[in-house]
Design a protein around this ligand. Structure first.
Ligand SMILES: Cc1cc2nc3c(=O)[nH]c(=O)nc-3n(C[C@H](O)[C@H](O)[C@H](O)COP(=O)(O)OP(=O)(O)OC[C@H]3O[C@@H](n4cnc5c(N)ncnc54)[C@H](O)[C@@H]3O)c2cc1C
Length: 392
């Protein structure tokens, strides 16, 4: 069987929006360490423990965290560049980075000083994390929850169950939402706390973003110290949304990486494949597909790096992060489908990566904030200038 050569020197297409030397270093690392494992991770649906521990060692899982807390003290633009480059090889590794980033951000923004000192250096050092909001009966709408927490003798006691939790098969630490007397609140839960267990439910196996089964996490009267309540009791939804506003830009960068990989794969194929005595890339109809894809990817990239700038400046993060994830997510799915089409039968083969790109891209149009929820957020910035009130 003819194997498809997917090597193409198209990296020059992707202008660097942070210092080039840094991006070059990340690219070299990704192609040496992550790319060779990417297909296997997806096929076996396993959490890439060794890679994630090594990414932490290289400083790639705490890029924007202060150096005093074990991070690299760089900008969010650097963090976005890491996610983009990682996802060119493996969106599963990318999404494993996102859940670490979410846990880190929640503690950094809202955690007590004791919690920051205890967990942030540990996370920078490779502690594997999940961000667990969703339950069987509560997905987009997390204003009420079935997981409950109550204060008892100065400790929090948590009871309930979370579903669809990315990185849950290996996570050593969870950020969770649970409802208390005052409303939805955020808690830090070490995996080894008594009463925590995980299991693979009927809905744990996904067709995309396969970094291990998306586990169900059970909290059976788990007792937590008082400072493991993060931020203000009852303000958990607001805090969770603030963290999502940070992570959506990075999630968009994962989609962008998928789109780039699909584009580059199709470009190599079209360059080498001959039909009607011509290289496929010489057909104008095919060239136009590439022109459209490149335009869409560039548009998504500009939006994502604009959103990263918004994070660096802490301005209108909800708007830019939502726009960036929405645009990159839809572009990635469209580009992955188009790339497969350009490769003809070879694009549809199981030994080609386009199925993985398509599955990962589609999954990210739901995970971490569905397209519909992102649009609802964007509209909130539109209504005040239109003179209409929300809900009218
Ligand atoms: C691959 C993957 C990984 C995930 N990882 C995690 C994780 O790590 N942690 C976690 O907590 N959760 C995780 N989830 C769950 C994910 O966050 C939820 O699936 C998502 O929030 C949507 O919730 P739902 O599936 O219950 O859909 P529902 O909320 O039931 O929505 C169903 C449909 O209605 C739409 N909809 C809902 N409300 C509105 C509205 N107001 N306006 C317009 N449309 C609306 C939705 O967009 C969707 O299309 C993951 C999901 C997937 C697929």
């Amino acid at each position: 069987m003819k194997t498809i050569s997917l090597s193409c020197d198209s990296a020059a297409l992707w202008t660097s929006y942070v210092d080039e030397a840094y991006v070059r270093e990340v690219r070299a690392y990704v192609s040496r360490v992550i790319a060779p494992e990417a297909d296997q991770i997806d096929r076996d649906d396993v959490y890439p423990v060794a890679i994630m521990k090594d990414l932490a060692k290289q400083g790639y899982s705490a890029v924007a965290l202060d150096a005093a807390l074990g991070g690299r003290g760089l900008t969010y633009r650097h963090a976005v560049a890491v996610c983009e480059e990682v996802a060119v090889a493996s969106a599963a590794v990318g999404v494993s980075l996102i859940t670490i980033f979410q846990a880190q951000t929640m503690i950094r923004l809202f955690g007590a000083e004791s919690l920051k000192q205890r967990y942030l250096p540990a996370i920078a050092g490779g502690l594997l994390c999940s961000y667990a909001l969703t339950e069987a009966n509560h997905g987009s709408d997390i204003r009420t929850l079935d997981t409950k927490a109550r204060l008892e003798d100065g400790q929090w006691v948590v009871k309930g169950e979370k579903h669809f939790i990315t990185s849950g098969s290996a996570a050593e630490f969870f950020i969770i939402l649970a409802e208390t007397e005052k409303g939805v609140s955020v808690f830090a839960v070490p995996r080894n706390a008594r009463g925590v267990s995980t299991y693979e439910g009927t809905n744990s196996a996904t067709f995309g973003l396969r970094n291990g089964p998306h586990m169900n996490i059970v909290f059976d009267n788990v007792r937590l110290p008082a400072d493991h309540l993060i931020g203000e009791e009852g303000k958990g939804v607001r805090q969770a949304v603030v963290v999502l506003n940070h992570s959506r830009t990075l999630a968009g960068a994962i989609s962008l990486g998928i789109a780039r990989a699909a584009f580059e794969g199709a470009l190599s194929f079209a360059r080498d494949r001959v039909a009607f005595d011509k290289r496929v890339l010489e057909f104008q109809g095919i060239q136009w597909y590439f022109a459209e894809m490149l335009t869409d990817i560039d548009a998504a990239r500009l939006l994502i790096y604009r959103a990263a700038e918004a994070l660096d400046n802490q301005e209108q993060m909800a708007r830019w992060g939502s726009e960036a994830k929405l645009k990159a997510g839809t572009v990635a799915t469209a580009v992955a489908a188009q790339a497969a089409q350009i490769c003809g039968a070879y694009g549809i083969m199981e030994n080609a990566p386009f199925g993985r790109y398509l599955r990962d891209a589609k999954a990210y149009e739901v995970a971490g904030g569905s397209n519909e929820i992102l649009k609802n957020t964007i509209v909130k910035f539109l209504l005040p200038v239109s003179g209409l009130k929300a809900g009218k």
